[in-house]
Design a protein around this ligand. Structure first.
Ligand SMILES: [Zn+2]
Length: 241
């Protein structure tokens, strides 16, 4: 049986925050599709422009930015997301700055999510499969967490957002971190695995069928202990007032 917490977890407004076009679709698109079909409003916030993600020397950065933006919009549509926000910071060079946090807080205060999903910035490497976590992923996760708490919450932080843009402060209830090795929430995505596959296949410039297969095997492995077919996992934090 799926864990009870995941069964009862029904977010109404969900904001995924990630560094690159495709990050959220790898980690959370099955859950997004599930929650969207249950009536939730799902939004993507992509921080960088994806301008470095190719080894195709015939492509310019400008062309790549457009390709990856279009791929992300199509993938988000596939899972039923309402909108995609792009901040267009240069790919590969992301730093945790107050300017970045202000840009994220602006989106949080605009759409008022009860649940934010982002990358766990504490993941630096995983020797068992030769994995080093991209510095953009870590910067995006750190800035997103800081924006959720305390920056979006306090009206005296970035007062210009209230004064000039009319954006009220907002408290996010749940923070879901993407950390494959350390999770406490398993979402059964057996009913939306086809949408996850379709979303991943939209990222044609980034993803081979081989890497999709590898990822699907991982969702199966996550699902096994819960007695379901496919799953995504998160580290869930209920944010204190
Ligand atoms: Zn990435």
């Amino acid at each position: 049986m799926p864990n009870e917490d995941a069964v009862n977890f029904n977010p109404k407004v969900v904001l995924g925050i990630a560094a690159h076009p495709d990050d959220l679709d790898f980690a959370a698109s099955g859950s997004f599709a599930k929650w969207a079909s249950a009536g939730a409003d799902v939004y993507y916030l992509i921080i960088t422009d994806g301008s470095k993600g190719t080894d195709d020397r015939s492509l310019t950065s400008k062309q790549l930015i457009k390709i990856r933006r279009d791929e992300q919009i199509a993938a988000a549509k596939t899972v039923g997301a309402k909108d995609v926000f792009f901040l267009n910071y240069p790919d590969g060079m992301l730093e945790v700055t107050m300017g970045l946090k202000r840009d994220i807080v602006r989106v949080i205060r605009t759409i008022k999510p009860d649940t934010v999903i982002t990358m766990d910035p504490t993941v630096l490497y995983e020797p068992s499969w030769g994995f080093i976590n991209h510095s953009d992923h870590r910067a995006a996760g750190q800035a997103a967490i800081d924006s959720v708490f305390p920056l979006a919450r306090d009206f005296l932080v970035f007062p210009e957002l209230l004064k000039d843009e009319g954006l009220e402060p907002h408290k996010v209830k749940n923070l879901l971190l993407i950390n494959f090795g350390n999770a406490n929430l398993t979402v059964d995505i057996s009913s939306t695995i086809d949408k996850k596959l379709a979303a991943l296949r939209q990222h044609e410039s980034q993803i081979s069928e081989e890497s999709i297969k590898m990822f699907i095997e991982r969702t199966k492995a996550f699902a096994k202990p819960e007695g379901v077919e496919y799953a995504e996992r998160f580290l869930k934090i209920e944010v204190m007032g």
